[in-house]
Design a protein around this ligand. Structure first.
Ligand SMILES: *Cc1c(COP(=O)(O)O)cnc(C)c1O
Length: 382
């Protein structure tokens, strides 16, 4: 099976991890600050705060923003559940905004319609790796006094108007799960130019303590103060060493994902039943996912394509089911079907094709062949 995405690990990555395993620090050591500094530079921000997952990163931002039970935060409907769960962790209410039918990212017009006196912030998600319309979202946030967070888990390496993802909103967060642009197995990062927010998140990831173990060792003191209620969301040193090594290849991974997407675009251009992903001239695409959509002309269903391609070893996927349609959200919130009609329709049409830097030319050719020959294979079956 050619997976929808997967890690690319080389000897340099392995050596970097082994070197840390042989050192004095397995966690809270020098590699954390080194990875943070390199990541901040790459993402075009002043500060980077490492945590142990993309979910922890989202939680840290919602905490630093003081989201509470009276607050609503606007989140796109078509995202991984974690983008909305972080609001619920804080007792707040996620309010779902619809997406643009072409680009599949949050539609600023829908965001504007969902703003109420209780709205505290907006979480934008760069779905599939395409940056949102940050100019429009920043203007909305400023006009209504809202915070703007970018869940950029899909989009490391992409840019908008020439500026890298990581510096497009006041805070941005990333995941280093193996399917994401770079990996530390599990891991996450927040970038920001705001020193107060960065400091609050560093405290939050370490139980709410005012200093970490390494800082106390340096200062030759045992004393610490718990100034806030935090969690253990620390990222270990060998994971940060892997992250540093992966970050050196981020541009190469980005280029390889784009090369696969270019091949698909060209190969599927003439298919009337398939619409390839939107490209916009003011931003680049990180292609965490290659999300195409069945057109209205398609004489077969999403499930037909899914099952036939899977049977051929192509790890085609469907992302995402609108968050509010999941049982937990249906049980605990009042979101009717039809809340975000565009996201619901997209969910019935989307098919994501495998894309990763680990794919070989032969892998890409098999996907192209399986997709192009699908209608013939399907009609001979039925
Ligand atoms: C992967 C992902 C997350 C969660 O990251 P983890 O590291 O798996 O916790 C959050 N939001 C989006 C959009 C993601 O794709």
């Amino acid at each position: 099976m050619i997976p929808y995405s997967r890690q690319a690990i080389d000897d340099a990555d392995i050596e970097a991890v082994v070197a840390v395993l042989q050192s004095d620090w397995l966690t809270t050591g020098p590699k954390v600050a080194e990875f943070e500094a390199a990541f901040a530079t790459y993402a075009g921000a002043t500060h980077a705060v490492a945590v142990n997952s993309g979910t922890a990163a989202l939680h840290a931002v919602m905490h630093a923003r003081g989201v509470g039970s009276d607050d609503e935060v606007i989140v796109p409907a078509n995202t991984f559940v974690a983008s909305a769960n972080c609001v619920v962790y804080q007792g707040g209410t996620p309010v779902f905004a619809d997406i643009d039918a072409e680009t599949l990212v949050m539609d600023p017009r829908s965001v504007a319609e969902k703003i109420t006196p209780r709205t505290k912030g907006i979480i934008a998600v760069d779905f599939a790796g395409l940056p949102c319309d940050y100019e429009a979202l920043r203007a909305l946030a400023e006009e209504h006094g809202l915070f703007l967070h970018a869940d950029a888990c899909h989009a490391l390496g992409a840019s908008y108007n020439g500026r890298p993802v990581g510096g497009l909103a006041t805070t941005s967060s990333f995941s280093f799960h193996p399917v994401k642009p770079i990996t530390t197995a599990e891991g996450g990062m927040i970038t920001t130019d705001d020193e107060t927010l960065a400091s609050s998140m560093r405290i939050f990831r370490n139980h709410g303590l005012s200093s970490d173990f390494r800082q106390r060792e340096k200062a030759q003191t045992w004393e610490y103060d718990m100034v806030d209620l935090g969690w253990n969301y620390r990222l270990s040193d060998f994971q940060c060493a892997l992250g540093l090594s992966q970050l050196r290849k981020a541009d190469e991974f980005f280029a390889r994902r784009n090369a696969v997407a270019d091949r698909y675009d060209e190969a599927f251009e003439d298919l009337e039943w398939l619409q390839t992903p939107a490209r916009l001239s003011d931003r680049t695409h990180a292609f965490h996912l290659y999300a195409c959509q069945l057109t209205e002309a398609a004489p077969f269903s999403q499930r037909d394509v899914f099952q036939t391609l899977r049977a051929k070893g192509i790890g085609v996927h469907v992302m995402y089911r609108p968050v509010y349609l999941h049982s937990y959200y249906q049980k605990n919130f009042e979101y009717a079907e039809g809340t975000c009609p565009v996201a619901e329709q997209a969910y019935r049409r989307i098919l994501t094709l495998p894309v990763s830097p680990a794919m070989t030319e032969a892998d890409v050719a098999s996907v192209v062949d399986a997709v192009r020959t699908f209608p013939a294979a399907y009609s001979s079956l039925s």
